[in-house]
Write a protein that binds this ligand. Structure first.
Ligand code: H2B
Length: 101
């Protein structure tokens, strides 16, 4: 099913409900800090599972006690869409369980 780019107004409204997330060019991004490298690795695996479930995939980076996401929608020409916001929302929901902030 095709997904449409969000308008500037829609983007601003959705970002207001996603503290910590921001736009970097045409990508939705956020970085999290975790208590250990192993905790960060477990969060990456959890996010990967959600991404498979949603069939929507971020560029997901594991750093030293950090996890970073950068996502846009390839099939919408690289724009930010509701699918990116949905993924961000799901990651926000799972982050506290990993002690991520
Ligand atoms: C065939 C498959 O559904 C598509 O390639 C999906 C997979 N994951 C995706 N992820 C992202 N970020 N954008 C897409 O357009 C996209 N498309």
């Amino acid at each position: 099913m095709p997904v449409e780019p969000l308008s500037q107004k829609e983007l601003e409204d959705r970002l207001a409900g996603l503290p910590g997330w921001s736009l970097d060019g045409d990508r939705l991004t956020r970085s999290y800090r975790l208590g250990s490298h192993f905790a960060a690795t477990a969060m990456v695996v959890h996010i990967a599972r959600v991404q498979e479930e949603l069939d929507h995939h971020s560029d997901l980076t594991l750093g030293y006690n950090t996890v970073s996401l950068s996502v846009h929608t390839h099939s919408a020409g690289g724009a930010v869409t509701a699918k990116d916001v949905e993924l961000a929302r799901r990651v926000e929901d799972l982050a506290p369980g990993h002690g991520a902030h």
